[in-house]
Design a binder for this molecule. Structure first.
Ligand SMILES: O=c1[nH]c(=O)c2[nH]c(=O)[nH]c2[nH]1
Length: 303
């Protein structure tokens, strides 16, 4: 006998662009481009087990809803829009128990032209994205996770790695001066919101938290003489918890993107290692992968 243990469904990769025009100067515009994913769960099993689609809100309907709600409501901050869409599904469909709305916000950074911010021209200044996932559960409020993905950083010195465990499997030499590069994936979990009104009440905190987390990440990366990726990400997490009181937990997932020295001594004794190293071979794989979740002291580590 088989049993359906888990089921949810929705529309992924809903691409959405919204423009906001100034009332007094229509050519002065702000733009937002996002990719949205909706996923619904609840009393939907019969579609899988009995070919009964009566409770299935078509994924196309979910997509149309996202577009309509984007027209009728603000799409910024993305935490508010994700919560608005998720709560809409619960309010509209009594048989839906849980709605998850994930948003990826793509960068459109305003251009500077003739030394001034241009009113309606933007550039993609990197693949970094701002990410949000809101989960609305019937009678259990809204949980939100915010984050940063794809922020590629490198420092050419100011990073060390020594004192690590050594045994017969170890080849890596200790170093007090190495290149450190990673692609930042950071996330922060907000204390749950009782309702959409509760999300509205804290709406000013979301952009501030994103810019604090980004600044803390970049400044800590640059300033610390890093003893390890592990310690650096912990310092970042601690500071985000201190900066944003409503955040309960911070997560980092950081690849350690290696740059190998190239021994050139075979060529006329050319020195290109240690203090003489100038030309390196960036490695696409394998990479280290270091992760952590940091909560407030005394808080349950369960997420
Ligand atoms: O910061 C680091 N942490 C590690 O765990 C590790 N392991 C390794 O080979 N290099 C590094 N660097």
């Amino acid at each position: 006998m088989a049993a359906l243990a888990h089921a949810r469904y929705g529309k992924d990769n809903i691409r959405l662009y919204k423009v906001a025009r100034s009332a007094t100067h229509p050519a002065q515009q702000d733009v937002t481009e996002m990719t949205v994913c909706t996923l619904l769960a609840g009393d939907i099993a019969a579609s899988w087990t009995h070919a009964d689609n009566a409770n299935i809100v078509a994924t196309d309907t979910q997509k149309q809803t996202v577009y309509l709600l984007a027209k009728l409501h603000p799409v910024n901050p993305p935490e508010l829009f994700a919560s608005t869409v998720a709560q809409h599904f619960l309010d509209t469909y009594p048989h839906i128990a849980e709605a998850t709305v994930s948003i990826i916000v793509h960068r459109w950074t305003r251009m500077d032209v003739d030394g001034r911010p241009h009113p309606h021209s933007f550039m993609r200044d990197g693949v970094e994205t701002r990410v949000v996932a809101a989960v609305a559960k019937r009678a259990a409020g809204i949980s939100i996770r915010s984050g940063i993905k794809g922020l590629l950083v490198l420092k050419s010195t100011g990073s060390q790695f020594w004192g690590f465990h050594r045994d017969e499997y170890t080849r890596l030499p200790e170093t007090t001066d190495r290149i450190l590069s990673t692609e930042v994936e950071a996330g922060w979990h907000w204390r749950p919101f009782a309702s959409l009104a509760d999300v509205h009440a804290d709406v000013g905190d979301f952009d501030q938290a994103w810019s604090d987390a980004r600044k803390i990440t970049l400044e800590t990366f640059a300033k610390e003489n890093s003893p390890s990726v592990q310690n650096t990400m912990y310092l970042m997490s601690e500071q985000i918890l201190a900066a944003v009181p409503r955040v309960e937990a911070v997560e980092y997932s950081l690849p350690n993107k290696h740059y190998f020295e190239i021994d050139m001594s075979w060529f006329k004794g050319l020195k290109n290692t240690g203090a003489d190293a100038e030309v390196y071979a960036p490695q696409s794989d394998p990479n280290g992968l270091i992760e952590c979740t940091v909560t407030r002291k005394g808080a349950s580590p369960k997420l």
